[in-house]
Design a binder for this molecule. Structure first.
Ligand code: ATP
Ligand code: MG
Length: 226
């Protein structure tokens, strides 16, 4: 299909004797929200990292926008991660010494955007996500749910085409988890950004367009699409 943005084909990855991925395949279309589900150790995070060009597969291919990631230099891959991809992690991983606004502006600064412009865009992003008022606070001074919403703002501020989220609600209670998922999926859909989400929770996966089960390093599509 022509609108496939990201495509993993028969991806394999071993860590010593451990076969983390044993032929995993996945297609993500532009603007689509895909949830990767499956038991602990199944290879979900490894697949996410391969899709994002963070981990190099031993075999198979990952194509983004038609280009084989293995054919890019390390430098081109890291540049792609900064410009086209956004990331949300389980524990936010905000920089504790920076304010919430500085955290959101950071990916722009890393892309060479000047300080004042980056701050303006960060402020606008926080306002758009209903997070005004916490710009000057440090991550240690906001709640877990707020911190995770700041992490969503940081992931979206560069207008990425794909957001990768590894258990973004894993450290939150269910109410905060739902709010973060609502925010992440709505904001991504508004921007036509695809989301690849790893989660253990059916309630979180329910925010996706499609669920893919990873088991023993292989992907299995759930045909019952919502
Ligand atoms: N850097 C690494 N070094 C060695 N083994 C690894 C590494 N990363 C992953 N593994 C192994 O590869 C397998 C798949 O790990 P992965 O982290 O992808 O699973 P997961 O599905 O994300 O699990 P979880 O739900 O617990 O996060 C596991 O057996 C894990 O121990
Ligand atoms: Mg994992």
């Amino acid at each position: 299909m022509s609108d496939v943005l990201l495509e993993a084909t028969e991806v394999r990855k071993a860590y010593g004797p451990t076969e983390a991925l044993a032929g995993a395949s996945l297609r993500v279309r532009a603007g689509e929200v895909v949830a990767l589900m499956g038991p602990s150790g199944a290879g979900k995070s490894t697949l996410l990292h391969c899709l994002a060009g963070i981990v190099q597969p031993d075999g198979g291919t990952v194509r983004y926008d038609g280009a084989d990631l293995a054919g890019l230099s390390d430098r081109a891959r890291s540049s792609l991660r900064r410009t086209d991809f956004g990331f949300v992690f389980q524990f936010g991983q905000l920089v504790p010494e920076l304010t919430c606004l500085e955290n959101v502006a950071l990916p722009l600064r890393l892309n060479g955007v000047r300080g004042r412009v980056a701050a303006e865009r960060g402020r606008a992003m926080l306002a758009e996500l209903d997070l005004s008022g916490i710009e000057g606070k440090r991550p240690g001074e906001v709640s877990g749910g707020q911190g995770q919403r700041v992490a969503v703002a940081r992931a979206l501020v560069t207008a990425p085409r794909v957001v990768f989220a590894d258990e973004p609600t894993g450290a939150l209670d269910s109410l905060n988890g739902e709010q973060v998922m609502q925010l992440l999926t709505t904001a991504a859909r508004d921007r036509d950004a695809a989301v690849v989400l790893v989660t253990h929770e059916a309630r979180v996966a329910a925010y996706s367009d499609r669920e893919v089960v990873v088991r023993d390093g292989r992907t299995r599509r759930l045909e019952a699409a919502r």
